[in-house]
Design a protein around this ligand. Structure first.
Ligand SMILES: N[C@@H](CCC(=O)N[C@@H](CS)C(=O)NCC(=O)O)C(=O)O
Length: 203
């Protein structure tokens, strides 16, 4: 199994953490976004959208989208379970993973794309939109902080894919100066320290 990834990008990191939690061995090819290595005709054959990650199986089949890749790995390697063990838990984890994607990862990515020098001259940036998204993220941090006052992990009493998405989202805030302040959001900060201490977080 071969993972096309970029070490600094959040979506490939979601898959690397997932694979590390499962203890699954795989090979990697670094496709540097900074060097525009994902924008070659050769990579477009793997992903017409020219986005990472992409998983290539030993028989040549190719899978895109970090959650499709993670669900495939979950089916192939069911333990430890990261998507939920019964109907209610699966729904809870799906709900919180979507919240983490849409309410954290999406706005934090939009802030980076619309305000960071990395994309200057590469895409049309909108600093106003980035500023609006910063306000959204501040509100979402407050919400996640209050939720995490009631349980240890994002979707319940145990670690799941929702924690992986939220961790990768929040850590991707770093280049935009977005950090969890323990004084303002103590529950979110404690959760962040808890999940960051897992060996998989280094993946
Ligand atoms: N929904 C996709 C998102 C993929 C995505 O946006 N990947 C980013 C890296 S995190 C990318 O390849 N960006 C390339 C670019 O911005 O040109 C997934 O979950 O895999």
């Amino acid at each position: 199994m071969l993972l096309y990834h970029d070490l600094r990008a959040p979506n490939p990191r979601r898959v690397r953490i997932f694979l590390a939690e499962k203890g699954v061995a795989y090979d990697t090819i670094e496709v540097s976004i900074a060097a525009s290595a994902h924008q070659t005709p050769q990579f477009a054959k793997k992903n017409p959208l020219q986005l990472l990650p992409v998983l290539e199986l030993d028989d040549g089949r190719v899978l895109r989208e970090s959650m499709a890749i993670s669900r495939f790995i979950e089916e192939m390697h069911p333990e430890p379970n990261l998507f939920g063990a019964d109907a209610w838990e699966r729904a809870q984890i799906e709900m919180w993973n979507r919240h983490a994607e849409l309410e954290l990862l999406l706005p934090i990515s939009m802030i980076f794309r619309n305000s960071n020098k990395f994309y200057e001259g590469k895409i049309k940036q909108s600093p106003d939109f980035a500023a609006n998204m910063r306000e959204v993220v501040a509100g979402r941090f407050a919400w996640f902080d209050s939720e995490l006052g009631q349980r240890e992990y994002i979707a319940g009493a145990r670690f799941s894919i929702a924690d992986i998405t939220a961790l990768c989202a929040i850590d991707f805030g770093k280049p935009s100066g977005i950090r969890v302040d323990p004084a303002t959001h103590p529950n979110l900060a404690a959760w962040h320290a808890r999940v960051s201490a897992r060996p998989s977080a280094k993946a």
